[in-house]
Design a protein around this ligand. Structure first.
Ligand code: GRF
Length: 203
């Protein structure tokens, strides 16, 4: 399966996906990385692995629609089977999502449905949570609310700051996203009628 990864920043999740996909028996390959910033750190990391990179800088386009149209045109050339958002800090329009219905994954640094949106680690600490974690989900028109594919939890330790918690959550993000992508690329989990459907074990 052909995967395009979307990033806005350092791309540590993109790197984890690229490393996992390098395994000969992995059912997907990362064919390109797209960033919405020309200086996204992940672009250099992807290029160093020989992965094609593209940046579509929002301010270079007169509107959100024009920005997305340019990205969609490049995707038509790349012909991806799935898109993986990985630290991509921009909401996709309904038109864009419908174009890739059921074929867009995202990783979010909380145990959804808790703490959608931003500053998830500070909010979990402030709420007195004893666990935190990450969620890989199918992207739907709502923000951070699509059907869940995989989750992983970590403890919140007294004295944790958002930074120390973020670092602990990232370690399980880097394991969970490749696992989730493998399940989806193999067709073991798919989105149907707004739900994540898993193939029965052993089928
Ligand atoms: C990660 O916490 C991820 O969950 C969120 O963005 C953060 C940075 O991701 N979406 P990365 O290092 O750019 O992959």
């Amino acid at each position: 399966k052909r995967i395009v990864v979307f990033i806005s920043g350092g791309g540590s999740n993109m790197l984890s996906l690229a490393k996992a996909a390098a395994a000969p028996d992995f059912p997907a390959e990362i064919i390109a990385v797209i960033a919405d910033k020309a200086d996204a750190g992940g672009l250099e990391k992807a290029a160093a692995l020989g992965i094609s990179t593209f940046s579509f800088v929002r301010k270079d386009f007169p509107s959100k629609e024009a920005h997305e149209a340019a990205i969609l045109a490049e995707l038509d050339r790349l012909r991806p089977d799935f898109l993986c958002l990985a630290g991509y800090m921009r909401l996709l329009s309904a038109v864009f999502i419908q174009r890739y219905e059921g074929r867009i994954l995202n990783i979010h640094p909380s145990l959804l449905p808790l703490f959608p949106g931003l500053h998830t680690h500070q909010r979990a600490i402030d709420a007195g949570m004893k666990i935190a974690g990450c969620t890989v989900h199918f992207v739907t028109e709502g923000m951070d609310d699509g059907p869940i594919v995989a989750q992983a939890a970590v403890p919140i330790i007294p004295g944790d700051t958002p930074e120390t918690l973020a670092a602990r959550v990232l370690t399980v993000e880097h394991r969970t996203y490749p696992l989730a992508l493998q399940l989806v690329a193999e067709g073991k989990v798919r989105m149907e009628a707004g739900r994540a459907i898993s193939e029965a074990v052993g089928e």
